[in-house]
Design a protein around this ligand. Structure first.
Ligand code: SF4
Length: 447
């Protein structure tokens, strides 16, 4: 039987879909490229923003005619959206074409549910939050077919932080760390298969190990161990919470050559009043102190951040404080998000929700302040030599190749015969733009 997976949402969901695919293959199912060719369609949903939820529901709705034409077709909806009981109810009542509805805790049970549904034709719904069985994130990822040199590995799941705007703790559950030896074994195995860059995933990687204090593990110790794995040349991770980022971790990263010089530390707002309302657990001063520590210990590091505009009650003065903050922080890049009201979160009930018009205006204003800073930060690299890992032929220009610096900046350079994806090469940076750098080969490290 053939399966097709449609994924909505973030990198974590993309990763989960890869693991679902691995699981289905190990159960004898085969992937196919379109829903039309599939016997089983899996929709892996996201509810972090309304737009992702709308798109997922639109896609599920569009499958109705396929199911009518082929009643034996199995349609399963999984992920964050179906973990919410009110959405699962809507799916049950209005989307009769869906045969299996599972939440985030039951994803690894999909092969069993597919078999049960194929046998009985009875609808299966499992959105119970439970922590007593193997999770999808524990499955060993296959090296990505397009990027065999790069793999993502979950290190922890869930989140305990309850930021007031965020639905994740409600749909992904409490924080739980994976067994360190299992993580190390998986990465050693991936390295033996040719993986050179590993990206460690968690809603908050900095709190790794906090739920198992007797074991004596934290994120810094995990990085030290992974740094020793032969074949792994680069280690990345996401996402970090500024409150849990500490000196021990900053010093460990500074001392480990394989850990990339890129810190993504989402601040979310440059206004203390809003940070309190967001329940972020730090002040702008505490954040700037940590930023200074990072830049003192790793002066060559790139630092990026996330900012939400239009949080409930955000006044013009609050927003101006955020603009002032990003000018002071001088991030290499800022990922900007428009606040999305998520039912069930505290912020959804707060007064003074901001109009779409003001949110959009503030987004533009924020980018107008940040973009010249990003350009200036990139221009500081012109004249330097950067080690990059090659991604392959540039998407926009087939006579060029592209890759990423340790700081995660994209570098474009003339194609060179014999150079392939995953190779490390030294590039002399000759020009900078807001979003990328360009240069020429200075030295091929792998040759
Ligand atoms: S740290 Fe905050 S924003 Fe991140 S997943 Fe947890 S609750 Fe959501």
């Amino acid at each position: 039987m053939y399966y097709y997976i449609k994924t909505f949402g973030c990198q974590m969901n993309e990763n989960d879909s890869g693991l679902i695919s691995t699981l289905l293959k190990s159960n004898g199912y085969l992937p196919c490229a379109t829903p039309d060719a599939a016997d089983i369609i899996i929709v892996n949903t996201c509810c972090v923003r309304q737009s992702a939820e709308n798109r997922a529901l639109g896609f599920i709705g569009s499958l109705k005619s396929l199911k009518e034409a082929r009643p034996e077709l199995i349609i399963a909806v999984c992920g964050c959206m179906s973990q919410q009981s009110d959405t699962a109810e809507i799916l049950q009542k209005k989307y009769r074409q869906v045969g299996i509805i599972t939440g985030t805790f039951a994803t690894a049970l999909l092969p069993q549910y597919i078999e049960d549904y194929a046998t009985t034709g009875q609808r299966i719904i499992d959105i119970e939050a439970r922590y007593d069985h193997k999770e999808i994130g524990n499955i060993c990822p296959e090296p990505n077919e397009q990027q065999a040199y790069r793999a993502q590995v979950n290190i922890n799941f869930g989140c305990n932080n309850f930021c007031s705007y965020c639905i994740v703790p409600y749909v992904r559950g409490r924080e739980r760390s994976r067994d360190p030896q299992e993580i190390i074994n998986q990465i050693s195995c991936l390295a033996a298969c040719g993986v050179k860059e590993v990206q460690l995933l968690g809603q908050n990687v900095n709190s790794y190990g906090k739920d198992m204090p007797e074991a004596g593990w934290d994120f810094a110790r995990l990085l030290e161990q992974i740094n020793q794995i032969t074949g792994i040349e680069r280690i990345r991770y996401m996402t970090s919470h500024p409150r849990d980022f500490n000196r021990r971790l900053a010093e460990t990263i500074a001392a480990l050559p394989k850990v990339c010089r890129h810190f993504h530390l989402p601040v979310q707002s440059g206004c203390d009043r809003l940070l309190t309302l967001m329940n972020r657990g730090y002040t702008t001063k505490a954040y700037l102190d940590k930023l200074a520590m990072i830049r003192q210990l790793t002066p060559d590091a790139a630092v990026t951040s996330d900012i939400i505009v239009g949080f409930p009650g955000e006044t013009e003065e609050d927003f101006q404080q955020t603009l002032g903050f990003i000018q002071q922080a001088r991030f290499d890049a800022v990922y900007t998000f428009i606040y999305s009201q998520r039912s069930g979160t505290k912020a959804a009930e707060m007064p003074h929700q901001i109009s779409a018009e003001i949110k959009n205006l503030r987004l533009q204003q924020l980018m107008a302040v940040q973009n010249p800073i990003s350009l200036a930060r990139n221009e500081e690299l012109v004249g330097t030599v950067q080690e990059i890992m090659v991604d392959g032929i540039s998407k926009n220009n087939t006579v060029m190749m592209s890759g990423r610096t340790s700081g995660n900046k994209i570098v474009v350079f003339p194609k060179s015969e014999g150079l392939k994806a995953g190779d490390l090469v030294k590039i002399s940076i000759t020009a900078a733009g807001t979003w990328n750098l360009s240069g020429a080969i200075s030295e091929n490290i792998d040759s």
